[in-house]
Design a protein around this ligand. Sequence first.
Ligand SMILES: Nc1nc2c(c(=O)[nH]1)N(C=O)[C@@H](CNc1ccc(C(=O)N[C@@H](CCC(=O)O)C(=O)O)cc1)CN2
Ligand SMILES: Nc1ncnc2c1ncn2[C@@H]1O[C@H](COP(=O)(O)OP(=O)(O)OP(=O)(O)O)[C@@H](O)[C@H]1O
Length: 183
Amino acid sequence: MKKDKQTLRLDIINKLQHLNGEQRHQWESDLKQQFFEYLQTINVQRMALFYSFHPEVNVLPILEELEAQGYEVYLPCLAPNYQLEFAPYQTGDTLKTVYRKVVQPKTDQRLEPEQLDLIIVPGLAFSRNGYRVGFGGGYYDRLLAKLPTTKTVSLVFPIQMVDNDLLPVESFDQPVKKLFIAR
Ligand SMILES: Nc1nc2c(c(=O)[nH]1)N(C=O)[C@@H](CNc1ccc(C(=O)N[C@@H](CCC(=O)O)C(=O)O)cc1)CN2
Ligand SMILES: Nc1ncnc2c1ncn2[C@@H]1O[C@H](COP(=O)(O)OP(=O)(O)OP(=O)(O)O)[C@@H](O)[C@H]1O
């Protein structure tokens, strides 16, 4: 049976919360490896990540490695009307909490989203064809609708995958172009 987005969100949050630490760690290392292998095949400089909070896939080790390799890293900042803006971030920069566990850089510096070469998109449930259900602000759907040519990827645990025909898709949903699924 097709679940609504809210039911699916709670389902996946529950699964992520019950994931054992060792399995999580192994999947996160695998995703990091897959992602850096992919990076060697493309030419990008400016990248948007997100500041993971529990129980999301932790992408902060990837963020640190990107910095070490000299990439420019940006994080999303909430703007009026569910818009996202992007601020530069380096480990150690001041962050502020904007909503529950959501944090963003304190700086007022911004990069036009069009200048991003690649966006790592957060999410809870995903289908093979790249559709996703996130926490429900519609922030990334609004953003990606404006950036049809930007590379987009998500890093996903197998327990977050849902059959194509079981993931609710609405007219405004924007799929990510490439999924990495942990093995
Ligand atoms: N780590 C991380 N950072 C992220 C995201 C994310 O998914 N993960 N986001 C991904 O987008 C953005 C923040 N997402 C948010 C999603 C919902 C609400 C929120 O206000 N939720 C309301 C209901 C939504 C509404 O008002 O319609 C709520 O929970 O009460 C705020 C931020 C940007 N930063
Ligand atoms: N391009 C858009 N223009 C206007 N409203 C939009 C657009 N895209 C999404 N929305 C609105 O955003 C709301 C949340 O969408 P949805 O539940 O799919 O969020 P989500 O993908 O889970 O969240 P997020 O993208 O923040 O991770 C919906 O009510 C929808 O009407």
